[in-house]
Design a protein around this ligand. Sequence first.
Ligand SMILES: *[C@@H]1O[C@H](CO)[C@@H](O)[C@H](O)[C@H]1NC(C)=O
Ligand SMILES: *[C@@H]1O[C@H](CO)[C@@H](O)[C@H](O)[C@H]1NC(C)=O
Length: 363
Amino acid sequence: MGLSLVIFPVFFCIITAAFGFPYEQHKLMGKCSSTRECSTGQICSSCPVELQGSRCVRSSTTNPFNLVNASMPFNKYAYLTTHNSFAIKKRPIQDAVPQVTFTNQEDTISQQLSNGVRALMLDTYDFKGDIWLCHSFKGKCQDFTAFEPAINALKEVEIFLSSNPSEIVTLILEDYVEAPNGLTNAFNASGLVKYRFPVSNMPKDGKDWPLVKDMVAKNHRLVVFGSQRQKEQSEGIAYQWNYMVENQYGKDGMVRGKCSKRADSSELNDRSKSLVLVNHFRTIPIHQASCKDNSQDLMNMLSTCYHASGNRWANFVAVDYYKRSDGGGTFQAVDMLNGKSLCGCDDVQACVSGSSSCTRGSK
Ligand SMILES: *[C@@H]1O[C@H](CO)[C@@H](O)[C@H](O)[C@H]1NC(C)=O
Ligand SMILES: *[C@@H]1O[C@H](CO)[C@@H](O)[C@H](O)[C@H]1NC(C)=O
């Protein structure tokens, strides 16, 4: 043990010297040519406008349930949320009809979840006698805008939940499915039913949600919201706007200093809804612009929306290309939100006893 601890750094220095990597390679924002040169939880990524060449940037969140504890209500934590989580470059094997639509993410749902994404925004449509994840064109899912059957994504979530028994995943569905019990069938077939948080236990009138540790103990680890009011009754899929407020999405939601509600949502400061979601992505995703969008601009918007929501920090932060940033990006943003709401610090890392970096009360 002692010997390998000594040998490893020496060996590493020799390798480093041999290949001529600069000393900065392990640091956030250090120059890099591959992810192997970056620290754990970072990737080597380029952001043409902001950065000169490729740098090590963060690629995962801090898990607040592990770092602080899971003894707070579900609505006291912040969750990194991918907008159109399914919209990644389609695998060539499925390309009977070429896909002509935009993407919003770069990696699979499984990869997103393993990097700390905890909420997925999925658009569900009737298509080819099944339920598909899709962008719409003329109000319908088309061959050239279809991504994959919903069951594929739901199975990825099932695998994550079964192999991570202390984690909770939220699905936010923009739901166009008309087929009777269409979504229920998909949830059944995916094996996710056993994890569903019952809609009857969701707090009305802005009360706190159950504690995370109790949700975990009961295995109620999948929270699902949908956009069709009547499905709360008919299929037990919570109508999102009964529980959550949300700011405007797309271009109009990215105006600096402005955080206004989207049409479907109650007023942002309506405390009868205990969850707050902040959208911060463009109407049409621009890969190259996402570095800037996901960095300081995002931090600024979270603070603007905190005030607009009656001094409540966001629970869900929805972005495109979630790993793109000029440093800490969306991961730092979520760490900030958890720090603010769990202990009044600017970073959840500072909530741990012994940490010296917290300026408590600096809300
Ligand atoms: C889904 O599964 C549940 C529990 O196994 C069952 O009661 C229900 O009838 C199923 N629903 C459909 C639409 O298959
Ligand atoms: C869990 O964390 C919260 C917030 O920091 C703290 O108030 C609470 O005392 C902690 N509970 C336990 C059991 O450590």
